[in-house]
Structures are given as C-alpha cells and as structure tokens.
Design a protein around this ligand. Structure first.
Ligand code: GLU
Ligand code: MG
Length: 437
C-alpha cells in the first residue's frame, strides 16, 4: 500500500492526554516555522469530548508549534506504520506563548526555581496501570506467573520506550488485579513531563498491539487498589552536583529541600486540583490505599503525600546522588506538565516564604482526631474534586503562579468535566474514566 508518513503534532493538554493534528513528515521544516492552526476553545474540550463553558466561543486563533527537541518515532515492526509524533507548544498568532500552554506553564515554574535557588530539577514519573480484562486473574500480586503472562507486552513496551529515547528503569507486575508499573530514570524538568506524556501513549499503543486495553484510571474498582502517578524529584546545582541531601538535615533534607517540601504540603489542598483532577481521583486518595490522604511528609512511608525515598549503601557521594523525594498524591488524569508546574511553584513558594522544615510522620494518621492532626499542622486532603477546585479558585497566590488566565480556563474545563461525570451513575462514571484513560 502506498504511504506518506504523517507526523502528529501533539500538545499536552489539560486532560492529561495529547491532542493535536498531523502533517506530512516532508513538511516538518515548514511546520516548525509556521505551526498548525488551533483554537482556544479546544482547551475546553473535556476528556468526555464535551465542551465546558468556554470564555472564547468560536473566537480566536492559535498555532501548534512543534518542538524539534521532542520528536518521537517508534516502529513496532508489526506491519503497522511507525508512530511519529512531536510534542508542541501553543502560540498566539503573534508568536508569543499562549496562556493555556501547559509546557509554557512548566517552563515558567522551572525558571522560577532556577532564579530563586540556581537549582535545576530532575524528575521521574512512576506510573501504574491496569489491563482491562473480563475476568481479571487473582493471586498474581508481584508474581512471576502474572509477569510471565504479560512478558511479551512488557518487552514490546520496553523496546518502544528505548526507540523513543525514554530511559526505562523497571516494568513490574504490581499488587492489584492485572496491575503493572513502569518506571523511568530521572530527566530534567520539562523533559520529565514530556516523557510522562509519551509513556502513557506508548503503553496504550503497545497494549493495543497485543489486543489488550490498558487504563491509567485512578481507580477502576473502589474495592481494589488505585493507579497512582508518583513523581520523584531531586535538585542539581549549576555544576551538576546533587543538592537535595544534607546528612545533618531533618530526614536527610538539605535546607532548600525542606522548604520546597514544606511549600508543597502548605498548598497541597489547592494544588491537588492539578494532581488528582478527575471526579473519581478522590476515591483513590483515601487512607490505607498506599496513596495519600493527608498533607504529610513520610520518611520511607508509602502512605504520605510526599515521601523521602530510601537510598542504599554507605558512600556519602552515592547517597547524595540517590537521595530524592516523591510526590504520591497524583494520578494519570493529571497533565504531567501542569502537575509538575504546580508542585514546583508550591515548592518555590515554600522557599520564598522561608517555611520551616516539615516533620516526617510515623503513624497511621487516619486514627488521629482532627484536633490532634491540627496540632501538628496536618489536614485531610479535599474529599472531592469540587472542593479541590473551590480551594484553587479561592487562592490568589496560586493564580499568580501561572500565566494569566490559565487557572480560570482550567477551572472552567474541570467544572464542565465534573458536571458531566456527576450526571452518570457511580458505575458508569468509573467505566467511563477507565475507557478514556
Ligand atoms: N497503588 C498505589 C497508589 O495508588 C501505590 C502503591 C505503591 O506502589 O506504593 O498510589
Ligand atoms: Mg507502585
């Protein structure tokens, strides 16, 4: 069959998915210059393909601007055409960054961090997903049998990741029914979020080629476990040396790390609207699911919003390199770019405000009264998306972090999504998110 390769110019948009348009590969030079037409209201298309209340209506024009540094080609060698896509920014007709561009928002946050501290951020997004099967196998948590049944899928995924230039780390059979986890090595800020977007697509592309359907939905069965996105972070100084750890600091945190984490925890009840942004995300964020239910720091505790991760060995230099902390309250309905932007801004706010180092908790917080929690500066996370969106809406500090107008576009989008989601029965809502993500 005759064929002319097409490149999909993809924007990482508010739903956490990639949308865009394709053009012939032969036009790459031209399209990198002139872009591809787009409209502001597209940012209001929810994950259900409904259009939320749009402040733009039919007005306005934008351009998708492909980023040559973020071009991907993956040939699955199964007779289907190679997948070619290029991550892109969104620009106004005048060529300036558009307010609703998630990559632009993340660049702004990373610049703020660098300006404040001289540090750059390295991050790695760890993803869990499940395969949707009619009769999920039981008794396969972390098992060789469970792994072996999906070895072909795992090996194809790892090969696809390698072709895409993603530095694969592990692929494992997770605890839950048909649940798997894939981890990657850390990458610099913007690249780490690009990689997270690409990874989700590669999992879907790989699963489809194995006649399977993968879902990153935060929860497919409230009786089972959730699918989390854990964001590992560390800092490098201008010379590229690790700057996250201080052996004498609390829980090993350098002063800047402690303030950064304190900022995340202080603003968590509002930034959670970016991290756990679906109508079902808050079912996952409940105690005893090894996700997060409070704005706490944990030291090697997997039920904390932010966790100090373990290091191995005793060589101080190696420890300084390995030392990292993990944000556990996110899921894959989040835009990786907006999520990381919100985390970094909250961290910067903690540094600017000189917040004190948080104390790591070491117990089951669900057993404490609100009064005891309050005495330690802890609070439960919002119980639903509507509350989280209201907290975001109420925070002028947060509005100021992002390009002007972005938070209002986001709120309109998410409230539109929520309206549709809540018009469905509980069962239909879970099924819809499982299909979409
Ligand atoms: N499935 C858990 C979550 O929803 C995470 C389990 C783990 O890997 O620690 O975040
Ligand atoms: Mg896991």
């Amino acid at each position: 069959m005759i064929r002319d390769p097409l490149i999909f110019a993809a924007i990482s948009e508010l739903t956490g998915k990639m949308r865009g348009k394709a053009f012939p590969a032969s036009q790459l030079d031209k399209r990198t210059e002139s872009g591809i037409g787009w409209v502001p209201t597209n940012a209001l298309i929810t994950c259900f393909d409904t259009i939320a209340d749009t402040p733009f209506g039919s007005l306005g024009d934008l351009s998708i601007m492909p980023d040559r540094d973020a071009a991907y080609t993956v040939d699955f060698e199964d007779g289907t055409p190679p997948e070619r896509f290029i991550l892109s920014d969104i620009a106004t007709p005048e060529g300036t960054p558009w307010q609703g561009c998630t990559r632009g928002a993340l660049r702004g946050a990373l610049d703020r961090l660098h300006g404040l501290t001289g540090l750059t951020l390295n991050a790695a997004f760890e993803h869990e997903f499940q395969l949707l099967t009619n009769a999920p196998a039981i008794g396969e948590a972390f098992s060789l049998q469970g792994f072996s049944r999906r070895r072909a899928l795992g090996e194809a995924l790892v090969a696809a990741m390698a072709q895409a230039g993603l530095r694969e780390d592990t692929f494992l059979k997770e605890y839950g029914a048909e649940q798997f986890e894939v981890t990657v090595k850390p990458a610099p800020g913007l690249a780490s979020a690009d990689i997270a977007s690409v990874l989700r697509e590669l999992v879907h592309m790989t699963a489809r080629r194995h006649d399977e359907t993968a879902t990153f939905s935060p929860i497919i069965d409230p009786a089972g476990v959730g699918n989390g996105v854990h964001v590992h972070m560390s800092f490098l100084d201008n010379a590229g040396a690790p700057a996250t750890h201080d052996p004498d600091g609390p829980s090993g945190m350098a002063a800047v790390t402690a303030q950064f984490i304190a900022g995340i925890l202080a603003h968590l009840d509002a930034i959670i609207a970016f991290a756990a942004p679906s109508a079902i995300s808050y079912t996952r964020l409940t105690p005893h699911r090894w996700s997060a239910a409070f704005n706490n720091l944990g030291f090697r505790d997997r039920e904390a919003a932010v966790r100090i991760c373990p290091v191995t060995g005793s060589d101080p230099q190696s420890i300084a390199r390995q030392y990292n902390f993990e944000f556990r309250a996110a899921d894959a309905t989040a835009s990786p770019h907006l999520l990381l932007a919100a985390i970094v801004h909250a961290g910067c706010q903690g540094i600017e405000d000189g917040l004190p180092a948080p104390t790591a908790t070491e117990e089951d917080l669900s057993l404490l009264s609100d009064k005891d929690l309050g005495a330690r500066g802890l609070k439960p996370l919002p119980g639903d998306l509507s509350t989280a969106l209201d907290r975001l809406d109420a925070s002028d500090v947060l509005r100021g972090w992002f390009p002007e107008g972005l938070v209002d576009i986001y709120l309109a989008h998410k409230r539109g999504e929520l309206d549709h989601a809540m018009s469905l029965s509980d069962e239909a809502r879970l099924a819809a998110y499982a299909t979409i993500y």
